[in-house]
Write a protein that binds this ligand. Sequence first.
Ligand SMILES: Cc1cc2nc3c(=O)[nH]c(=O)nc-3n(C[C@H](O)[C@H](O)[C@H](O)COP(=O)(O)O)c2cc1C
Length: 183
Amino acid sequence: MLRDLVLKNRSCRRFYQDNTIELETLRELVDLARLSASGSNKQALKYILSNDPQRNALIFKNIGLAGNPREEEAPTAYIIILGDKRISNSFGCDHGIAAQTILLGAVEKGFGGCMVGIINRGDLSKSMEIPPHFEILLVLILGKSKEAPVIETEFKDGTNMSWVDDEGIRHVPKRSLDDIIVV
Ligand SMILES: Cc1cc2nc3c(=O)[nH]c(=O)nc-3n(C[C@H](O)[C@H](O)[C@H](O)COP(=O)(O)O)c2cc1C
């Protein structure tokens, strides 16, 4: 059921290292994004796939993750979502749609991950030799998750931030349905 997948699709940032995601699996995930909606059907998104340790390390050091996971718990695969400026100068919300679709697909396959917008774009572009006609929009981290965050209805300390308890479990507060439906 879609609701079950959505519920399970919590942002995970710590991963087992004995598990790689095959390139073919990453391609299948991008194929889900390829088939998704796109503003004016421009389809200006392009993707970089990574599952090898060297490229993974380059990406890992150029992103910001909540909780600052250690290298020994780093993601084992990445999908970098790029906007191809030769096709369009603006990408609307296409990358959000692509990111969510890919993550839901990953969860369905037993993996976990997170969208990452905190990116050292200049250094990542340089170290991965990403041509200048590509804008880095989002990085998706992926792997076999060590975490199983839980949803909370209560906000802690009046903030919307998630928190980690003494057992290392992340709690993610969500506003209520009545709170977000205006009329
Ligand atoms: C556009 C976007 C950018 C995000 N960027 C980051 C990020 O840079 N680092 C990070 O650790 N989490 C990032 N997240 C994950 C959010 O922190 C996470 O979605 C939020 O805490 C709610 O948790 P949930 O995804 O489990 O519902 C991002 C999420 C979105 C949608």
